[in-house]
Design a protein around this ligand. Sequence first.
Ligand code: PLP
Length: 388
Amino acid sequence: MASRFIYLDHAATTPVDPRVVEAMLPYFEEKFGNPSSIHRAGGEARAAVEKARQTVAELLGAKPSEIIFTSCGTESDNLALRGVAFALKGRGNHIITTPIEHHAIGHTCEQLAKEFGMEITYLPVDSFGLVDPDDVARAITERTVLISIMYANNEVGTIEPIAEIGKIAREKGILFHTDAVQAGGHLPLNVDKLHVDLLSLSGHKFYAPKGVGILYVREGTPLLPIQTGGGQERHLRAGTENVPYIVGLAKALQLAYEEMESEVARLRSLRDRLIQGVLERIPDAQLTGHPTQRLPNNASFVFKGIDGEAILMQLDLAGVAASTGSACSSGESTPSHVLLAMGIDPLLARSSLRLTLGRRNTSEDVEFVLAILPQIVEKLRAISPAYT
Ligand code: PLP
């Protein structure tokens, strides 16, 4: 077993930043109060949650009352979709989305269609995974209640034209949600510039802990809670607030913004070296996703004739952690729904590899992968009947 450990799976999750841990620590033991309690300990916890809400709101260009803390990106997506669908059920039953969304959106839409009679339009994407805003405009009907399109794709990193789509939605008076879980920490998220009514984020994608998320909800947006109970989060998300994690989430988002410009430039240069090196050194390697309109940390490929999971195992033995694409779909035997929607042949789609860089990665990490990956692919192809 290699003692080396190079983590290249930051789209799956990130380590918690020590500065975030430090900000959270007092809220586990010393300042442990329930924000709903009337006494001093409760007040202290309430103040911390509201300060975090203020910080997040400022970073997104929103009002504090528009920020709802949730337990994860999945919950934020569920609340956006179900919350709007249920609130507007008297007005319409049509949702517009894409076939490349995360399952948090895809499976929610499937259930809304099957159990609640919603009609779902899945817009086409091109071979880079891009949605055409004109298709969004054409898909809107009198029954449309919501458009939900992700900001950046978790498998191939393609960045969608959210601001353009948002403008169309606004002009037509249709609510617009974006799943910005993968964009968080990498791209600016000003809700007015993006023209979004709802936006989902997840802490563990930008160096906060797993199990805490955000749903931005523009003032006046009709939304029913999907989790009922106490009156927390303006009655939109019942449950005692996870105070330490909310504090950590706000700290992590603030750090990501402060360091975004330099970190994005650094990641982009590492990513480009990785992409260029792989394409130069490995025959029949193909970049997936858009060549330039992609997340600064995402390098994803298909390698004709071999199995992506076999590559992962070999990389793991060499001390490199990577992914075939979505963490949530690993172990499933069907090829990625994202790659299929982009028109990639099902057999080729099985050969996917996603390398996602992060704060601790260096150019030595990239050079190491460029040294071992061509040998791994060559070795696997030599024993693969599918490679001709
Ligand atoms: N949406 C996207 C695009 C994601 O990549 C993920 C996680 O990978 C999620 C939603 C779900 O977020 P969480 O893991 O916080 O539930």
